[in-house]
Design a protein around this ligand. Structure first.
Ligand SMILES: [Zn+2]
Length: 312
């Protein structure tokens, strides 16, 4: 019987970032909250490791090898806000692997909904560069897997993290096989994602960037979802929908200035789930940012509840 599956792995706690907003306690907070509130019908599973060959279909093989070596010697600082520890290699493999597993359980029909709560997050990671707390671009690896291993032709990635997912934007910039839509605060790190960036070459028109000003909340985010994101995605007719789900647009988040609440995340999830039902495209969710532990945990719960609740 088709079920709902939540992927995570203890190795995520071994990605030791020290005093850093992207810390192991994020996953602990999510799982503790779900223990208390119930899992909304989701079954917990260990995220598998991503296969090297798949990882290298998204990332430069030299970059992957360099990262493996850096972790093997105990880790180090990669840029001002991105670092790895000895345990980051395994964590990163599981974080990407969890996103891939989401695709597999959805497309095999084993699950009707799936969520991967891995860390490090992914959407800033470029083909050959870690960036912005991100090592491997988990959602991009998952989308490539859907296209290659499952022979899909159209994958829709909706990124509601408050930061622009520059890595995902760039990886699929020139292909029509992935529609990438992002709502993000602007100006804000990493500074990319103007509305005029709509993709390039054969991918022209398959990138939808929706920058919003600081202090935007549920009303604007949900309006953009209903009036821009869903109509364009409907026209695209994706065979799979992946949400790049950061929760740092939450009002309580310390890294940005938007005012989204749990109710807003639930409304956006419901809108995407209904589109998926309409198009018979399964919906998977991959964790990105979100740095206020309580807000993060409650917002993930709101997402699971909205995702797992059958249409009444
Ligand atoms: Zn973010």
């Amino acid at each position: 019987m088709a079920s709902s599956i939540f992927f995570s792995h203890p190795a995520s706690a071994e990605h030791d970032t020290g005093p850093h907003p992207e810390r192991r306690e994020r996953i602990f907070a999510i799982e503790r909250h779900l223990e208390q509130t119930g899992w909304f019908g989701f079954e917990q599973r260990d995220a598998p490791r991503v296969e090297r060959e798949l990882l290298e279909s998204c990332h430069d093989a030299g970059y992957v090898a360099a990262l493996e070596r850096l972790c093997a010697v105990g880790g180090g600082q990669i840029d001002d806000d991105t670092l790895v520890s000895a345990g980051s290699w395994e964590a990163a493999l599981r974080s990407a692997g969890g996103a891939v597993a989401v695709v597999d359980v959805l497309l095999s029909g084993e699950a009707v909904a799936a969520f991967s709560a891995g860390r490090p997050p992914g959407h800033h990671a470029l083909r050959a560069r870690a960036m912005g707390f991100c090592i491997f671009n988990n959602v991009a690896v998952a989308a490539i897997h859907a296209l290659n291993a499952h022979a899909l032709e159209r994958v829709f990635i909706f990124d509601w993290d408050v930061h622009h997912g520059n890595g995902t934007n760039d990886l699929f910039h020139s292909t029509p096989q992935v529609l990438y839509a992002s709502i993000h605060e602007s100006p804000l790190y990493p500074g990319s994602g103007p509305a005029g960036d709509r993709g390039s070459g054969a991918g022209e028109g398959f990138t939808l960037n929706l920058p919003v000003p600081a202090f935007s909340g549920d009303d604007l985010f949900c309006e953009l979802v209903h009036e821009r994101v869903i109509p364009q995605a409907r026209e695209y007719r994706p065979q799979l929908i992946l949400i790049s789900a950061g929760y740092d647009a939450h009002a309580d988040d310390p890294l940005a200035d938007c005012l989204v609440t749990e109710a807003g995340f639930a409304t956006m999830t419901t809108a995407v789930r209904r589109l998926g039902e309409e198009l018979q495209a399964p919906v998977g969710v991959v964790l990105e940012g979100g740095y206020e532990l309580g807000a993060l945990a409650r917002s993930v719960a709101a997402t699971l509840e909205a995702l797992g609740t059958p249409e009444g």
